[in-house]
Write a protein that binds this ligand. Structure first.
Ligand code: GLA
Length: 405
């Protein structure tokens, strides 16, 4: 793979690449729409990734080509306040990393890069964050930016806001910090990864509806609105708790709220004082955070049924309280369960993209077969079926490696 990419680079740029930057996508196992509320998540990095063959330049240009012709070549200058390409252009994810690094550090050097990926785009598997990370890692290394890894993940999370989505920090943190064979419970402010080994018998199956949810497109509006609703619900509930003297001072984060009051008491309080949609968003966020804590314990105990039940509950809550599911996602979840999965849920922001289902080595064959025969075949979506339905391999995080010359 890498040899092919290096040869392709040389054919396009006239000299061989010196380094390979790679950053994996991720599948979030549980903890959806909690990260931007400062509450925990439990994702794992995938074996699918973005790779960039790199050759540093002596000037400030970033010159990028993509092995996928759908993404046209582009170039730009590394500087603070880089003007974006048109909305939706793939190059904006590269500019996002460059812009943020140039804003914070004295970087000047650009590079020639050839990007390659086996991650589906806009499928809820974080291909965009993987691209931001891979470009960020490259610029960081060739400009000798020294930051501690967790701080770097936070810089990359801020970077992505360049494309207009006010995301949380999950995708960048797991893509940079994951370990082989592990998921990670991630907590925020301060960012912390607790690696949890995925039990040997467990298989997480990913299935892609094929419905695209572009982070920089329509999903952006729905995503940002949810985020504002969560903030609004937080302001009301934290104010009420301070008035009632439950918290001494006004809480400044959801994390403080869930530490001060147990989740069901908090939900009951929300029911009393929040209106319609705010009530439901609040209920989802608080219960989802509790599910993440529980799920990490279930994984440690290799309790497949327990973990699966939490995934089912998460999906039901994302569908009915958070309203980010779709007919296709609900169907795929149901089909995975019919096929014998212990639990299944949409993964990522929702509005399209993928579901993740938990099986074990004995049930996984049935889950895969049922998904293919009951969903993909019926919709005539069997071309490149291995890319649409696959077992996720818990993989290591991003790396920057010299290429043998
Ligand atoms: C997107 C964002 C993440 C997270 C999820 C929803 O993937 O990039 O930060 O908010 O949606 O859980």
């Amino acid at each position: 793979m890498t040899d092919d990419l290096a040869r392709d680079f040389e054919a396009r740029f006239g000299s061989p690449p010196t380094h390979l930057a790679r950053a994996p996508g991720r599948v979030n196992l549980i903890g959806e729409h909690t990260d931007y509320n400062g509450l925990p998540v439990l994702p794992m990095a995938l074996h699918k990734e973005i790779r960039i063959a790199v050759r540093p330049r002596e000037d400030g240009q970033v010159v990028l080509q993509n092995t996928n012709e759908f993404f046209p070549p582009l170039d730009f200058e590394v500087e603070p306040a880089i003007p974006p390409f048109v909305r939706g252009a793939w190059g904006n994810y590269a500019k996002a990393a460059a812009n943020e690094l140039a804003r914070r550090f004295a970087i000047w050097r650009g590079f020639d890069g050839l990007v390659d990926s086996d991650l589906p785009e806009a499928a809820g598997l974080s291909s965009s964050s993987a691209l931001v990370n891979a470009v960020g890692l490259t610029l960081g290394r060739i400009n000798e930016v020294s930051t501690e890894p967790r701080a770097f993940a936070e810089v990359m999370a801020d970077a992505e806001r360049y494309v207009g989505t006010r995301g949380g920090g999950m995708d960048q943190a797991i893509s940079l910090g994951a370990r082989n064979r592990c998921a990670a419970k991630i907590t925020f402010h301060p960012l912390r990864l607790q690696h949890v080994t995925v039990p040997d018998d467990w298989c997480f199956v990913v299935a892609d509806t094929g419905v695209r949810a572009e982070k920089s497109g329509a999903a952006r509006v729905g995503y940002n609105r949810r985020r504002e609703e969560c903030e609004e619900a937080f302001r009301i509930v934290s104010g009420e708790l301070a008035t009632r003297g439950v918290t001494e001072k006004l809480a400044t984060s959801y994390a403080q709220l869930v530490r001060a009051v147990d989740s069901e008491t908090l939900v009951a309080l929300g029911e009393g004082i929040l209106e319609g949609s705010l009530k439901r968003r609040f209920r989802h966020v608080v219960r989802e955070a509790a599910r993440v804590e529980e799920a990490a314990d279930r994984m440690l105990a290799a309790d497949t049924v327990g973990f699966g039940t939490l995934m089912d509950q998460s999906h039901a809550s994302l569908r009915s309280d958070f309203l980010v599911s779709s007919a296709e996602l609900d169907e795929l979840v149901a089909v995975a369960r019919e096929g014998g999965a212990a639990g299944a849920r949409l993964t990522g922001a929702g509005f399209g993209g993928c579901v993740v289902a938990l099986a074990d080595r004995w049930t996984v064959g049935g889950v895969l077969e049922t998904l293919v025969s009951e969903w993909f075949e019926r919709r005539d979506m069997t071309d490149r079926i291995d890319e649409r339905v696959f077992i996720a391999v818990p993989s290591r995080g991003a790396s920057w490696e010299p290429l043998g010359v």
